[in-house]
Ligand binder design. Structure first.
Ligand code: MET
Ligand SMILES: [Zn+2]
Length: 713
């Protein structure tokens, strides 16, 4: 077996340095260009990536890390797990990813604790697996034609089946993997990478047995490339001895999140992830070299802690960043250069100094009384009807607003003219809500490009990038802000918009803020302080904003925490501690308000049922939560909730307008588990991705349904 290369990366961004793939996909989807053009752009991105990695001096080049949509979906196709209903579609792959006229797409959810979303494979007892190795083989050949030998990367069998909830199909799937390995061997491929990030979570004895069985079987094949099993996003724990006992030749460890294992891995190659694929900071060479020196294995290869999919392409595309900050940054290209430099350096064997721990932040005083006292004060002050109707904050973002923001950035529109346009939009949003008959209004968030970036642009300690795009799902990318220093709020951020909106109407208008956990979760965060301390700093800035909104006469303030669950540690043992400080941060942000001020929070993305107790602990007077999208699956778990709650009655992810009868049915189901005086009526989430036409029709039905129920009370 040829030795494993001395330097590699587990994967690379694929959207293109200028989001070329995004544009190509979208023009293919809307019919502007054909399949050939899309394939040409894909090939160009792959070629540029291989050439660049080789130029930077990287030895082990991966292939099959490119994807037209998602690597888990690619694996489903590789294994023939295409549900029958998609097979007749014009393009079954994109039909599964995005749906068609008559066909809903497959479910999509977050990839472990990242902000990347994968397509959940649908595997039933009738799924017939059949290998279709066209894509990985084509990429190996394509790279070879360019002069590069590559290591194909495929999601491993255990992770694939765990994500699909179908580990009982392991035997069947292993047949396909065995066949794939023999095809790759015949192709002259030296190594294959099987990604098994699921192994860093809590795994049952049965699941660990599956790991042993899977890799014992694949390892025993005579006719195969070297097997490299990559773990990432944490420590392998119990799964490491399980894997080490199998014949796999190389094991990938995330040494940024996990520690150097005590286990002696003699006989194996360890692919040591010492350069983080999850942050944007330069690697400390001392720490990395010490970790490399501490690994006990036959060979140690320098690598990234996970795929570089989760960071932008290059700091070189950010000439406008402040030079002091730029010098601290490393995106994908710079991280590859670090891997190469580390691979060429002699190892250290001293252990590095532990990072210093910051003093805990001072306690912010709780001003708020118990819920019952607050609820009474708010009822008197606000005088809302039963089943109050509200929305989550954003209204449709129009093309002209986006164009106006671009015009301000390029200097063709003055800030004043832009602000007039924002005000005009706020007025439109207020009038729509009044006409429809909503009870608690919003200003519509027209001034926000994004609910995190907007705050990052107005807080000290954050920088925003120009080209720092990171894939979120399919063609969608976000540009996470970079939280690099101490956070401060030099001036009020939202007060002028909230008070302007309130000046237009007698109905209460909610002030809208993004919560500290979400701001941090959707940013790249400094790593020299514990995460908790950084979140507390952001909480203090939000607390200042809450105080100023209240002083300006805003009587309802919503602090959104849609990412509360996202930072939940993968291992159960660490979850309670996280939830405790996350909840404390939220209360720090909101507990400066008086009893009379009604605090709302909002959460979305499925799986909130896992953290209902923590959500209740936020102590918000009203919580609006996604529910309609998941068929009200959350309702049975919310009966224990002790404050105001609005399980969504309108799935805003779909252009479909729910009928009044559907909304009424959802409300009745809510009223079956919660007392009427605590029930709120609202959509699942903000309306910014919808059109006014859809939103007005849907909200009109929400109002009709609510009025029917009110008449029954
Ligand atoms: C992803 S949660 C979004 C909340 C925000 N207030 C909005 O309405 O868009
Ligand atoms: Zn939401």
């Amino acid at each position: 077996m040829s030795p494993f290369p001395t330097s590699t990366v587990l994967g690379y961004p694929r959207i293109g340095p200028r989001r070329e793939l995004k544009r190509a996909l979208e023009s293919y989807w809307n019919g502007t260009s054909g399949r050939d053009e899309l394939d040409r752009v894909g090939a160009e991105i792959r070629e540029r990536t291989w050439r660049r990695l080789a130029e930077l001096g990287l030895e082990g080049l991966p292939s099959n890390t490119f994807s037209m949509y998602d690597q888990v979906l690619d694996t489903a196709v590789l294994l023939g797990a295409v549900p029958a209903r998609y097979r007749a579609a014009d393009d079954p792959y994109f039909a599964m990813a995005r749906g068609t006229e008559g066909l809903a797409p497959l479910r999509m959810t977050k990839w472990f604790d990242t902000n990347y979303h994968y397509i959940v494979p649908e595997i039933g007892p009738d799924t017939v697996f059949a290998l279709d190795a066209a894509k990985p083989l084509a990429e190996v050949r394509e790279a070879r034609a360019l002069g590069f030998e590559t290591r194909p990367v495929v999601v491993g069998p255990v992770t694939f089946l765990l994500l699909a909830g179908a580990l009982d199909r392991l035997d069947d799937v292993l047949g396909c993997y065995a066949e794939l390995l023999s095809l790759l061997a015949a192709e002259g491929v030296a190594w294959v990478q099987l990604d098994e990030p699921a192994l860093v979570g809590d795994r049952s004895a049965e699941e660990l047995a599956a790991v042993r069985a899977a890799y014992a079987r694949l390892g025993s094949l005579a006719d195969r490339p070297g097997l490299f099993v990559a773990s990432y996003f944490g420590d392998l724990g119990e799964a490491l001895p399980a894997l080490a006992a199998t014949p796999v030749e190389a094991i990938g460890l995330d040494l940024v999140r996990g520690g150097v294992p005590a286990l002696d891995l003699s006989g194996k190659t360890v692919v040591a992830g010492v350069v983080s694929g999850r942050d944007v900071w330069r690697t400390s060479p001392e720490r990395a070299l010490a970790a490399l020196g501490a690994v006990r294995a036959s060979e140690v290869t320098v690598s990234t802690s996970c795929s570089l999919l989760h960071v932008p392409y290059s700091v070189a595309a950010e000439p406008e960043l402040e030079p002091g900050l730029r010098a601290r940054l490393a995106f994908a290209e710079e991280k590859v250069a670090e891997v190469v430099a580390l691979a060429r350096s002699p190892r250290l064997d001293a252990s590095p100094a532990e990072p210093s721990v910051a003093l805990p932040a001072p306690v912010a005083p709780e001003r708020r009384g118990p819920y019952a006292v607050r609820a009474a004060a708010q009822a008197e002050h606000l005088g809302l009807p039963p089943l109050p109707i509200t929305t989550i904050g954003s209204f449709p973002q129009t093309g002209s607003l986006r164009a106006a923001r671009a015009a301000v950035a390029s200097g063709t529109l003055s800030q004043d003219d832009y602000e007039r346009q924002v005000e005009a939009e706020i007025e439109r949003v207020i009038r729509v809500q009044e006409r429809l008959g909503l009870d608690v209004l919003v200003h519509g968030e027209p001034e926000r490009n994004d609910m995190v970036q907007y705050f990052a642009e107005h807080l000290d300690g954050f920088a925003v990038t120009r080209n720092g795009w990171v894939q979120s799902y399919g063609s969608r990318c976000t540009r996470p802000p970079i939280l690099h220093g101490d956070v401060g709020r030099p001036a009020p951020i939202t007060v002028r918009w909230a008070t302007y909106a309130q000046s237009l109407t007698d109905k209460p208008v909610k002030g809208m803020l993004t919560g500290p956990v979400t701001i941090v979760a959707w940013s790249f965060v400094r790593d020299d302080l514990p995460l908790r301390d950084v979140v507390f700093q952001v909480a203090d800035a939000v607390r200042d904003e809450v105080r100023d909104l209240e002083a300006a006469g805003v009587s309802i303030i919503q602090v959104d925490e849609p990412a509360l669950r996202e930072l939940l540690p993968l291992r159960r043992a660490a979850q309670a501690d996280y939830l405790e400080w996350a909840v404390a941060a939220y209360r720090r942000a909101t507990s400066g308000a008086s009893d009379r001020t009604q605090i709302h929070t909002h959460l979305c993305y499925s799986d909130a049922d896992q953290i209902v107790t923590a959500i209740d602990g936020l102590d918000a007077d009203v919580t609006t939560i996604e529910s309609a999208r998941s068929g009200a699956r959350i309702l049975p778990t919310v009966g224990s909730f002790t404050r105001g709650l609005g399980p969504g009655v309108y799935d805003i992810h779909s252009p479909r307008v729910p009928a009044a009868a559907e909304v009424e049915d959802l409300l009745r189901r809510t009223l079956a588990v919660l007392p009427v005086e605590r029930v709120w009526v609202n959509p699942d989430c903000g309306l910014k991705t919808r059109t006014y036409e859809e939103v007005e029709a849907a909200l009109a039905n929400v109002v009709t349904a609510t009025r029917t129920l009110r008449a029954d009370l």
